[in-house]
Design a protein around this ligand. Structure first.
Ligand code: ATP
Ligand code: MG
Length: 294
């Protein structure tokens, strides 16, 4: 599984080119479609074991950021990848259009409030990156953000990206493992998925007219993603450019990347101290005494 992850991990933005990544890629001979379901089930099980240790150790936390164009499969990926983990240890936060309260704060405020506690996994379904993606594509949105005009200059996007990189470096130094996933969908596959949503009654709810209008800005989004990944990929907060035209493969890469990062932490259930062992022994003696009525 590790070799699959290595293909899509970006730890240095220098020279990063989105066009070097094929949304249809399925890692050639490394994975066979017929083995994928079993591999995913195995990955989900492994993730569940690792998450238990993460929780018990209560030191590290994991932040998974999911970004993508519409219909790339964020929701399905979260559902499948997290299907085995204890819900108490995982929080999913969806970043929709910001509320008035959010707009009256700095753009990282929402993200900070949703950060996972130690021992927890936080999933951001969209994230603080929207402020250098949708807002970059539609710069008129900046006007809703109540910024002092002299701070809105021509370098605003590179400044924001610098702030995001600094924020993520800070998080890494605080024990937050930051993993960022761009589910990389082709324009043609998006067209097919939108059509499928329009053809099946059960999928109508997934379609919004807004999806089609954003599709018209495809190239501008692509440019914004290119810039964002190039400016914020680092060893301590890597991006994974995950091929998204085949859902079975997307899920496999995401689960493998999270497992890989957790395995690198050498997680262990904490050993009891001498005082705790004494307390445990006293509890055992007390409980046994109850049963014998002594
Ligand atoms: P689905 O993929 O299931 O449709 P979604 O994540 O697209 O889910 P929507 O409610 O359809 O959810 O869309 C949320 C919208 O909010 C997106 O268009 C996104 O770009 C927008 N959004 C998120 N953050 C911001 C932000 N900071 N400023 C402006 N718009 C934002
Ligand atoms: Mg949507």
């Amino acid at each position: 599984m590790r070799t699959i992850v290595d293909r899509y991990r970006v730890t240095d933005g220098k020279g990063f080119r989105l066009e070097h990544y094929d949304p249809r890629d399925t890692a050639g001979h490394l994975v066979r479609r017929e083995d994928a379901d079993a591999m995913l089930a195995h990955g989900v099980e492994r993730l569940s074991q690792l998450q238990e240790k993460l929780y018990a150790q209560d030191r590290w936390s994991v932040l998974c950021v999911l970004q993508a164009m519409d219909a790339a499969g964020k929701d399905g990926t979260i559902k499948h990848v997290m299907s085995g983990v204890n819900p108490q240890g995982v929080q999913v936060t969806c970043f929709k259009a910001p509320s008035e309260e959010a707009l009256s704060h700095d753009f990282l405020w929402r993200a900070v409030r949703a950060l996972p506690a130690r021992g927890h996994i936080g999933i951001f379904n969209r994230s603080h990156y929207e402020d250098v993606l949708v807002v970059r594509v539609h710069p008129e949105l900046l006007e809703t953000q109540h910024l002092p005009p002299e701070l809105v200059g021509k370098n605003i996007w590179s400044e924001r990206l610098e702030s995001i990189a600094a924020f993520e470096r800070y998080l890494a130094r605080q024990g937050v493992v930051v993993l960022k996933f761009f589910l990389h969908l082709s324009k043609e596959e998006q067209r097919r998925r939108f059509l499928a949503r329009l053809e099946e009654k059960d999928k109508y709810w997934k379609f919004s007219a807004n999806d089609l209008s954003e599709r018209a800005f495809w190239d501008r989004y692509r440019h914004a993603y290119q810039e964002a990944i190039a400016a914020t990929a680092s060893r301590h907060a890597p991006w994974f450019v995950v091929p998204a035209d085949n859902k079975w493969f997307t899920r496999l890469v995401v689960v493998a990347a999270i497992i890989d990062a957790l395995e690198a932490l050498d997680l262990r259930v904490p050993r009891p101290t001498a005082a705790q062992l004494e307390a445990l022994e006293a509890a055992r003696v007390a409980l046994e005494a109850e049963a014998t009525g002594a």
